[in-house]
Design a protein around this ligand. Structure first.
Ligand SMILES: Nc1ncnc2c1ncn2[C@@H]1O[C@H](COP(=O)(O)OP(=O)(O)OP(=O)(O)O)[C@@H](O)[C@H]1O
Ligand SMILES: [Mg+2]
Length: 257
């Protein structure tokens, strides 16, 4: 059984179907990346997986449990197992960086305060922003805010982390750092990662599987090698029009000195 099973998922806005029968199995411990044109429904699909937007029809099972019809109260324990990095970042401006990163941990009321502070520091180090605990989001660059939001998503060490555009607006060195962070979470803790991105280089480097969203469905899903070898015109067009080249190497380079 897959950790997350998505069956015939549909969602329309004003009569136009954004998702029109999405089927996808997400295995525990894998890094799976959703790619597809802007507006193809990647963010909508991610929000449905975490219960922030209801589908019109279809099914999502998380660890065997149907979640599309859960009440808000029943979502609480499920959502604890999932961390999310929103495309918009969504930090609280009035809080320090430390309070932002600690937010989910404090809500859980399970972890004692000294350990929260340790975990916050560790999460900030993991995104290469050590020592900025007392600063405020407004004082940081867009790329730094993105990495703080990433630290917040991983600080709880949830079973699943959903990343909506984790590397958007980051310079190449920080893109590599985020790639390594995602792979490290998989290899160290077995965390499942679900990513939506336009960064093809990262996608082909770090994904165990890639799912191509096209015309409301998962048109292609497979390993990077399988997707590259597919030769399907829809995905070839997508990659070409995005002015992106598929990298031939499939490894993450060593961290910058
Ligand atoms: N709350 C909403 N109300 C109405 N339409 C919406 C809503 N959310 C998303 N849409 C529409 O659904 C479609 C898919 O949006 P979505 O944000 O999932 O695209 P995306 O694949 O994430 O794009 P991008 O790559 O630009 O982030 C778009 O046409 C968008 O306008
Ligand atoms: Mg999006």
């Amino acid at each position: 059984m897959a950790l997350i099973e998505i069956r015939d998922l549909k969602k329309s806005f004003d009569g136009d179907f954004v998702l029109n029968g999405v089927n996808l199995d997400i295995e525990a411990g894998e890094v799976i990346t959703l790619i597809g044109e802007s507006g193809s429904g990647k963010s909508v699909l991610l929000k449905m997986i975490i219960g922030l937007m209801p589908p019109d029809s279809g099914s999502i099972k998380f660890d065997g449990q149907e979640v599309t019809d859960l009440s808000e109260a029943d979502w609480v324990p499920v959502r604890r197992r999932i961390g999310m990095l929103f495309q918009e970042g969504a930090l609280f401006d009035s809080m320090t960086v430390a309070d932002n990163v600690a937010y989910g941990l404090r809500e859980q009321r399970k972890v004692p305060e000294p350990e929260i502070r340790q975990r916050v520091s560790r999460a900030l180090e993991a995104v290469s922003l050590p020592g900025i605990e007392q600063r405020h989001p407004k004082e940081l660059s867009g790329g730094m805010q993105k990495r703080v939001a990433l630290a917040r998503a991983v600080a709880m060490e949830p079973e699943v982390v959903i990343y909506d555009e984790p590397t958007e607006g980051l310079d190449p060195i920080n893109v590599t750092r985020v790639d390594r962070l995602i792979l490290g979470l998989r290899d160290r803790l077995g965390i499942t990662s679900i990513i939506a991105t336009h960064n093809m280089r990262s996608t082909f480097r770090i994904s165990d599987r890639i799912a191509f969203l096209h015309e409301g469905r998962v048109a292609i899903c497979g390993t990077p090698q399988e997707v590259e070898a597919w030769g399907d015109p829809s995905i070839a067009n997508f990659v070409e029009r995005a002015h992106m080249r598929l990298p031939s190497e499939n490894s993450v380079p060593p961290p910058p000195a």
